[in-house]
Structures are given as structure tokens and as C-alpha cells.
Design a protein around this ligand. Structure first.
Ligand code: AMP
Ligand code: MG
Length: 400
């Protein structure tokens, strides 16, 4: 049995580069950007007017002039219209390019217009006000978005702005999620009194959907021959196999033996943790990785967040900061295992992230996951954890 840290290290040593591909802009959300995106021009590309109003030369205002003859009206997108003398102004709209002969925008709210004359009634007018200067945000050829991050709405905005119809993204690994167990019927089936419906496979599929990752699903009975045959096919077909169930000490837990028979090298079996102790992890010479999680729903769920998602993100070269929270109640856990305590998170008035234990009824109690937000990783070398102490957390829900 190895420690959580050792298991993590072995898994992260198996991170892989799955290559890149070019995809169209409308398919890019949630994928991982594999190229830096550069500014095709200055941002903004011209001195951009930021309020509807009038454009004036500040000199005239400074010299006491408050009434300006309106020479013309300029909409956004039009060529700038210059004033012929300092006592003129241009009625101008947000998004329009500032005429070179003007340098100040007075908004409509501070102007009265009558008979073609605009009179300013503002308390203060400052030179250059309400102008978003050319190149202020970024200069042409500067990096707007760096590679190795998930493409979110802000990156979509940038890609759209620079007219990037195709983007270079990281290829996703091909993944199959396999549930095992004769007691498990599918969602549309009615279980007998002593059967249950399977859910782990749908849970993991749902999480990966949040990462815009497509996965295949397969269910295997607890039958050695079928397990051997199907796993062999999957090893040939997929980059990653995620299994749930069949890795413990039970008479019908055939998975570890089957995997080793199929030359998947065992990198570890069993981790000093609760839940999820029987976790098995291995790699085939062909490159296929196998994460075989114990079947209890909370075990599968915890292992997936603690081991699989960090593996995925590290493979994508995405850096994430470890998160910590303050334990909000005393908690005792005696076994010499690293305990992943389910906690409810909230931020107090001082801006501190507090974690309140909601322990639940063990690794079969998946309903408790709905009432909690994260696993708090309590160190193995202690058994008493005090309110106010700080420990790492592995959030599994969006906090906002
Ligand atoms: P196992 O790891 O196969 O011994 O399974 C441990 C427990 O998890 C048993 O109670 C199983 O019925 C349950 N279990 C295994 N796989 C699933 C699944 N896909 N969905 C829900 N429960 C499961
Ligand atoms: Mg089983």
C-alpha cells in the first residue's frame, strides 16, 4: 500500500501529450488552446469614443467657450469628421473614431442642444475624457491569450475579435468508462429487490462533459472471460480506461488479475486513503493507462477528482493552484489513512474560505455529495483536527 502523495506522483509521471488539431471557432469552447493568440492590430485599433455626446477641442473649453456649433454627426464605423475651427463640435456616437482635430468628449447628459448649437453644462470637463486611446489595452503583435488554458468565453471573445476562424487546440485522449458488477442494472431497467441501478459511469461521464470531453461507456458483468476479452479490446482502442468496481478483495473482483494478464503493468494497487483504498493504477506498453477505482460511488468520485482530473490537466499542461480552506469544526479520524472529508464551503465576512464537515455515511452514501462542495484532505499522521486549522481541499462543485 502506498501513500496518497506517492500515488499522485506515479500518476503524474504518466502524463501524456496527445498532440494538437485545428478546429473551427464554433467548436472551440472548453477545448485547450495550443497556440498563443496575437493581436492582429492595436486594441483598440483607433482612438475610440466611449460615450454618445459631442467631440470638442479642449483648448476652446479651457478658454471659456461653452457653446459649440454642430458641424456634423458621426456614427460608429464612419470616417472621422474634422472640425474646421475650435468653436465647432461633432455630434459623435460610442464606438466612433475620434476626429484628429478633437480631443475631448462631453456626453449628451451634460450638453443642451438647440438650433444646431451644443451648450455644455458640465461641472467639470477634462482633456481626453471618454476616449479609449488607440493601443491602450494591447499593441499589435502582443500576446492576447496564452496557450495551455481552457478556452472560455473571454478567449472566444478574443478569437472572434481577431477573426480567428480556426484554432489550434490539444487533442483529447480517447476515454472509455467501464462499470462492473452483476448487481448493477441500467438506468431504464427495474432492479430486483437486491439489485441497484448503476450510476458511477454516468457521474464520470457528466463530469467529463463539463470539460467538453466525449467518452464511451461500457458495462461488464463479473465474469472473468468477458472481462478479459472486453478489456483487451479496450486496451487496443483507447488512450485511457477508467474502471469502477471489481478491484477489491471480493471473490468476484476479477479486474486486477485480468489487467495484469493483459500486460497492463501494475504501477500500484491500494492507497493509504479513505475512501478509495483499493484503487488500482497501471499502464500498458502500448500507452493505454488504466485507472481502476473501487466501485463505491464516493470512492470513485473522490479518486476521479483527486487523481484523474489532475492527470488530465497536467497532460494538457494546465497549471492550477492548490486550494486550501479553514476547518470550521473539530473533527476526529483515527485510522492511519489519509482521510478525504466531505465539507460544505462558504466564505465568511472576512473573506476566509471555511470548510464545515458533513461526513455522511461512508463511501456508499453518494447522496451526501449533493450537500457538500469539496473533499478536505486530512493528513495521515494526525487523528485530531481542530477548528481553525488549514488543509488542502479538492472542490467538486463550482462555488459561484
Ligand atoms: P466493488 O468495488 O465492485 O466491490 O463495489 C463496491 C460497491 O459499489 C458495491 O456496493 C457496488 O454495488 C457499488 N457499485 C459498484 N459500481 C457501481 C456503479 N457503477 N454505480 C453504483 N454503484 C456501484
Ligand atoms: Mg463489484
Amino acid at each position: 500500500m502506498i501513500t496518497v502523495d506517492a500515488a499522485e506522483k506515479i500518476i503524474l509521471d504518466q502524463c501524456k501529450d496527445f498532440g494538437t488539431e485545428i478546429i473551427s471557432f464554433d467548436k472551440c469552447l472548453g477545448r485547450v488552446l495550443a497556440e498563443n493568440i496575437f493581436a492582429d492590430r492595436d486594441f483598440p485599433p483607433f482612438d475610440r469614443v466611449t460615450m454618445d455626446g459631442i467631440a470638442i477641442d479642449f483648448d476652446a473649453y479651457k478658454n471659456g467657450n461653452r457653446s459649440f456649433k454642430i458641424k456634423a454627426t458621426q456614427a460608429a464605423g464612419e470616417n472621422p469628421i474634422n472640425i474646421s475651427n475650435k468653436n465647432e463640435c461633432i455630434e459623435i456616437m460610442t464606438g466612433a473614431a475620434l476626429p484628429a482635430t478633437t480631443n475631448t468628449i462631453v456626453p449628451y447628459e451634460e450638453v443642451e442642444i438647440k438650433n444646431g448649437i451644443a451648450t455644455i453644462n458640465a461641472d467639470t470637463v477634462l482633456i481626453n475624457q471618454n476616449i479609449h486611446t488607440k493601443g491602450k489595452d494591447k499593441k499589435q503583435n502582443e500576446i492576447l491569450a496564452e496557450a495551455n488554458q481552457f478556452i472560455n468565453a473571454s478567449i472566444v471573445t478574443i478569437a472572434a475579435t481577431i477573426g480567428k476562424t480556426n484554432l489550434l487546440v490539444k487533442k483529447n485522449p480517447s476515454i472509455i468508462i467501464i462499470s462492473t458488477g452483476d448487481e448493477l442494472v441500467d438506468i431504464h431497467e427495474t432492479p430486483t429487490d437486491f439489485e441497484i441501478r448503476r450510476s458511477n459511469n454516468y457521474t464520470l461521464q457528466a463530469i467529463l462533459k463539463e470539460y467538453f470531453l466525449h467518452v464511451d461507456l461500457l458495462h461488464l458483468p463479473d465474469e472473468q472471460k468477458i472481462i478479459n476479452k472486453q478489456l483487451e479490446d479496450c486496451i487496443n482502442k483507447y488512450d485511457v480506461i477508467i474502471l469502477s468496481g471489481g478491484v477489491s478483495m471480493g471473490k468476484f473482483d476479477y479486474v486486477p488479475e485480468a489487467l495484469e494478464k493483459l500486460n497492463v503493468k501494475k504501477l500500484f494497487h491500494k492507497v493509504q486513503q479513505r475512501p478509495g483504498k483499493p484503487f488500482w493504477f497501471g499502464a500498458h506498453a502500448k500507452g493505454t493507462l488504466v485507472f481502476a477505482f473501487p466501485g463505491n460511488p464516493v470512492s470513485t468520485f473522490m479518486c476521479f477528482h483527486r487523481y484523474f482530473l489532475p492527470w488530465l490537466k497536467t497532460s494538457f499542461q494546465i497549471t492550477t493552484n492548490k486550494m486550501y480552506a479553514i476547518l470550521n469544526e473539530d473533527f476526529i479520524f483515527k485510522p492511519s489513512l489519509q482521510y478525504f472529508l466531505q465539507v460544505k464551503l462558504h466564505i465568511n465576512k472576512s473573506g476566509e474560505l471555511l470548510a464545515t464537515p458533513v461526513a455522511g455515511n461512508g463511501s456508499g452514501d453518494f447522496i451526501n455529495l449533493l450537500y457538500t462542495d469539496a473533499f478536505m484532505e486530512l493528513p495521515m499522521d494526525k487523528s485530531e483536527f481542530k477548528k481553525g486549522e488549514i488543509f488542502p481541499i479538492w472542490p467538486f462543485k463550482q462555488m459561484l
